[in-house]
Design a protein around this ligand. Sequence first.
Ligand code: NAD
Length: 475
Amino acid sequence: MKIDSDFVMTINGESVTTEQTQPVYNPATRSVFAQVPDASQQQLDDTVQTAQVALKTWGATAANDRQAALETYADLLEEHADAFMSLLTREQGKPRAGAEWEVLGSVAWLRAVASQRLPDEVVEDTDERRVVTRFTPVGVVGAIVPWNFPILLAIWKIAPALMSGSTMILKPSPYTPLCNLKLVELAQQAFPPGVISALSGGDDLGVWMTTHPEINKIAFTGSTETGRHVMKSASATIKRVTLELGGNDPAIVLPDVDAKALAPQLFWAAFQNNAQFCNSTKRLYIHEDVYEEVRDALADFITHHVKVGDGAEADTDLGPIQNSMQYGKVQDYFADCHVNGYTFALGGEIDEKAAGWFVPVSLVDNPPDDSRIVCEEPFGPILPLMKWSDEADVIARANDTIYGLGASVWGKDLTAIERIGQQLEAGTVWLNEVHQYSPFQAFGGHKQSGLGCENSLHGLMEYTNWQTITMNKVM
Ligand code: NAD
């Protein structure tokens, strides 16, 4: 199978094209290099119908057989890993190391989730009664994914959905449809027709999916703003929803750190994937005793060790912004900092004539707590650094947000970092590390960062309906 050309939708195991297509850009050059189909509402209806039909047999397939299919899929993805990495770099912009982490991580995820089971829970088993709660497939799942980690975030949905016995229709982001279409085309070699299909199109397709009466659940990853629309649309038919939404993760740095040793870790915490990362550190609170030292060590590390460029070049650390819409948003945050007179400790000027949507890594020196750059999610390489002195106060400032996705605390005093970490309002709190994920570790947001969770048995359970069966044995 060719991975780098012939991009088609997959409906019930068949490749499908459309007369109208949508362009796909390479963000490092701003040029169009592929076209993808643009699905109609009728095609969605047809796909949903085939997914409902497939559900009847796939849902009744033994768990060990579903496991075997997922493992075959993992093997296929591993076999084509190199081609997927190149395509991912080309459409998403990320450098090779990031693409490798994403593709090989997806292979590992598939294998791990394939081993997970939700056994029946025997609540009561006496001579008189038997009561059992079991987990049945939730049904047809509409999966809607964003453009920052298109492969991994799709696999985080595909693996548990298919393992649970549900079937799925995947809708990629219009900005990064290629890897997702190919993932689903490849999946046809592992799963029966209709178990997993893919449709490409614009945001409208997402709206049609969230309102479709025969789609039973929406698994969504994207912005909090769109998440609100999804939840509202899904309410009409009481669809199950899992929402993985935006974040504004704080990192708190204690006074006892070694600034120079910490700088690379803080850099990657904030700028991995060019800061187009729900869990990027987006607010850095540094104790006043070490503020200048940490700020300068971070700026020094970036200046001497970080190359921004085309992800296809071997020595690139950070690629471009993925699309023009996001580039415009990031430009706006830079402009807002300038208008308000905030100081940049590094960067601050975007070269708008650059070949791609490139933005320099930038640090904003102690802006006010109510500034946009502190309160909002820029989703680009611009990070505000703030001072703190009082522990209760910095915890309150870290929690003063509608978001609650992740957070981190850094320091040698392990008692202190744990004490602070336990008071942070976030789904994942990392202590002296960051971005450690696992298929066995629940992931999700507090507050407006989401609803429900992915990964672990809790995540698998989100693709099931629980059903309690009670039997009176004495008739
Ligand atoms: P987005 O919300 O703009 O789009 C996400 C997806 O929703 C796309 O596929 C889009 O086509 C679709 N969509 C748009 N409007 C829709 C509608 N009305 N109904 C249904 N679907 C619709 O997000 P994005 O810009 O692609 O991604 C960036 C955002 O995603 C950031 O806020 C980031 O923090 C968040 N994110 C969260 C996680 C997480 O796990 N919590 C992970 C990655 C990204």
